[in-house]
Design a protein around this ligand. Structure first.
Ligand code: ADE
Length: 240
């Protein structure tokens, strides 16, 4: 996959993409991330990228010309999703990450200031995504979140041991609690069943913990989760 990111602050991306799983994915050519400085495509001697809003009001609005020209240069004639990160977008979630991970290429535009000229949203962008119901200073951190969630789903990025099939959210339930050594820490003991070596009991305990945790923290997930009749009965008993 190739991901093009358009931003006025390209330096923000250096750290996060150099480290850990994403850094390794880039190194192994499983993904190419190209960060474009919108300023370099600004108009005139001063590389102007924004202007005051028609109708008045505070702040500046990103102009259409630099963004249209840069996006067209990046994607050529290809059909590529062009995604604007904005608090007005549809809410990002695991399902959207899975959908984005199926594309060969993505173009992400980081919005800034008071917003972008509406003609960009209407005629250049194919999708607007918000990472949550709060307002960031710009789309950069949101783009990093989207890239992270998408790239870890690409084939070969996670080892089989970290398989995304086991993720919280993928199966519609939250994950069960995990423990490692020591067996007792400050008097807090690891649940006995995990030390038993009985695989079917461990699997059952984990499933029950997933269900209980989802019931307690995100009950709305249970309606859509793919549950057996026995699991549904367990939930009903726990609800009391
Ligand atoms: N830009 C500003 N706030 C944002 C958000 N919540 N999601 C995506 N982009 C944004």
């Amino acid at each position: 996959m190739r991901i093009d990111i358009i931003t006025l602050f390209p330096n923000m991306f250096a750290g996060p993409f150099a480290e850990s799983i994403i850094g390794r994915a880039i190194e192994h050519n499983l993904v190419a991330i190209v960060v474009h400085n919108l300023r370099a495509h600004g108009l005139g001697k001063h590389h102007v990228v924004d202007d005051r809003p028609y109708g008045g009001g505070p702040g500046m609005v990103l102009k259409p010309e630099p963004l249209f020209e840069l996006v067209e240069e990046i994607k050529g004639e290809d059909r590529v999703p062009v995604i604007l990160l904005s608090p007005q977008g549809r809410l990002f979630c695991q399902k959207v990450a899975q959908e984005l991970a199926t594309h060969e290429q993505l173009v992400l535009i980081c919005g800034h200031y008071e917003g972008v000229d509406e003609r960009i949203c209407e005629h250049l962008v194919s999708d607007e995504i918000s990472i949550g119901d709060y307002v960031l200073t710009g789309g950069e951190l949101a783009a990093m979140v989207v890239v992270d969630a998408v790239v870890r789903l690409l084939p070969g990025v996670l080892g089989s041991e970290e398989s995304p099939r086991e993720d919280s959210h993928t199966g519609g339930l939250l994950e069960y609690p995990q423990y490692t050594r020591p067996q007792v820490y400050r008097g807090w003991a690891v649940p006995q069943v995990l030390l038993s070596g009985n695989h079917s009991q461990v699997a059952r305990w984990r499933k029950e913990q997933s269900l209980l945790r989802t019931l307690a923290r995100r009950p709305e997930f249970l309606e859509k989760a793919d549950l057996s009749a026995e699991e549904r009965r367990f939930i009903e008993t726990m609800k009391g």
